[in-house]
Design a protein. Sequence first.
Length: 451
Amino acid sequence: MSSNPVAETVASLMPTARTELTELVAFQSVADFDQFPKSESEGAANWVADALRTEGFQDVALLDTPDGTQSVYGCLPGPEGAKTVLLYAHYDVQPPLDEAGWTTPPFELTERDGRWYGRGAADCKGGFIMHLLALRALKANGGVPVHVKVIAEGSEEQGTGGLERYAEEHPELLAADTIVIGDTGNFRVGLPTVTSTLRGMTMVRVRIDTLEGNLHSGQFGGAAPDALAALIRVLDSLRAKDGSTAVDGLAAHATWDGLAYDEEQFRQDAKVLDGVELIGSDAVADRLWARPAVTVLGIDCPPVVGATPSVQAGARALVSLRVPPGVDAAEATKLLQAHLEAHTPWGARVSTEQIGQGQPFSADTTSPAYTAMADAMAVAYPGQEMQYAGQGGSIPLCNTLAALYPQAEILLIGLSEPEARIHAVNESVSPEELERLSVAEALFLQNYAAN
């Protein structure tokens, strides 16, 4: 990174950043209180609130959102007449999945091979630390030139919409001229990237029942309808022969006209096993950023260990559907539910329940804020030009903010590049990316204030 006072300040703050991220990662802040204590999320929320107060934020508050979680808000006044920028991150995290698969404990930040490992290190506790570093660097170099609002969400990973509904009920709270969402990432390490589109998301729980109770498979198997077998058929119907998503009535042939994604590079990024084919057809970017994608997130059925010779009376699955820009998530939900019901065999009883939804998002990349960010990234990443990419994931709040504040510019940056392995075991963050993106965000705020 070229010599720059802001860059030098951020570099000097990196040891503090590591200490703070270690403290924040230690909270098991999974917003599923059937699996993890609510006190862990509350502890993380209080940590974030204390950090904002230490930085001089005013009106710091823990907002009780309608889904039973807390979002943390604070405001840092800038010069009179200055623009207002909202900085977003979330402190809740995905469950660690199989803890045995982690090389080091998931809630202990651990350095290995130049990266910091821990659940939430990149997604998105590191995003909150990025905001802190940027603001501290500005304070040390002439002050923060804009009014800053920070919102740290407590249930983004669950898709339960608590902050969205709170924002709709308090529309003045998050009003801003520009919004920086710190929850995406560079296309790869060292390549500065803003995310210009997000797929939306819907989650549906499907249940199939066929019998009053389980039956002996030797005595009744062959004629008794097996609910688990019925569920497997239903789930299989969601994909075409090539593995592409095939929900009845849902368009799945759109194309992506931005940054290309080399297929071999994707295989490396996704760690696809040798000899295993990718699913779907056409360009990888089309499949990731422009088309729907269905995933079976979980199935309730007997585990192999301890299984008995029984015909199953009932079975249940959780299905996720990623929805590309241009498709209404509510309509996609209806199509998914109708498909599940229509493809249930043998007259089995089927019920579906939607448990989460978020709309897709497209940004206006011609706005002045994007120019300010491109100039900032050119300094933070010497010799690199800012790229535009889509993201297969969803951030439901984006569309809520776009609807509430139609004049606001929305930029999406963050730490979740492919090596970060977010949502998987051994999630990590590159400290170099944390440093460079913190510099980029600080310079962006300076550039944006000067426009």
